[in-house]
Design a protein around this ligand. Sequence first.
Ligand code: HPA
Length: 267
Amino acid sequence: PAAGTDPDTLARTAAAELTTALGDGHDVAVVMGSGWAPAADAFGAAEGAVAIGDLPGFAAPTAVGHGGQVRSVRVGERRVLLFLGRTHLYEGRGVEPVVHGIRTAAAAGVRTVVLTNAAGGLAPEHRVGQAVLVSDHLNLTARSPLVGATFVDLTDLYSARLRELAREIEPDLTEGVYAALPGPHYETPAEIRMLRTLGADLVGMSTALEAIAARAAGLEVLGLSMVTNAAAGITGEKLDHEEVLAAGKAAAGRLGRFLVEFTGRLP
Ligand code: HPA
């Protein structure tokens, strides 16, 4: 497609190629964040896969540890699109590539999106490897994926009934407010204190813009963070991207099994 193609047209073009490659009738898209790629393997053998970079409007993701694939898997009666790898705002390509996967999944007909991410934990009781449901977000990127007079309501953006469904599977899952920052640097301890004051429980560099785009496209959203580290200044430890990825890997199998169960139970 020509440069300057509007985002919805580009998403429809990508969705057409996606369904040519993987078939149609997908119910749900699961976006795998940093460190979650091993969780994708819990879904078992894919019925098909495409390289993300081969679809219109996508570029191969750049961050270390991010796969670059869309897989089609089946869980019971549900057809699931697994997005391994996402585009982040910090890659410098602007907002549209960040939400293109969501718009493509919506154009391909999914009704639900599960946004996973790796996050720093702000609460002292957060443990590395713990999964936390996103109850709401603070979008501190100063950006929106929407342009023009689209005054989309974001009340209950992270679906209460999907959080309830998640807790039917894992009753101990806690919830938290996710603060989305542009990155790519980690926060300063002072910024983390500020975020706590603002009501954040988790901090990361994704998810919020995708959730907004999903709501605008009429999708129901579940957000799930994996705490990969205590946020800056909480323990005094330095933050290391490799350690963040390693923590993700260690917890990924368990979280993958949760995601399989969750997608299989979707209404
Ligand atoms: N801050 C921001 N993003 C993150 C973090 C963090 O501490 N951990 C994983 N992603």
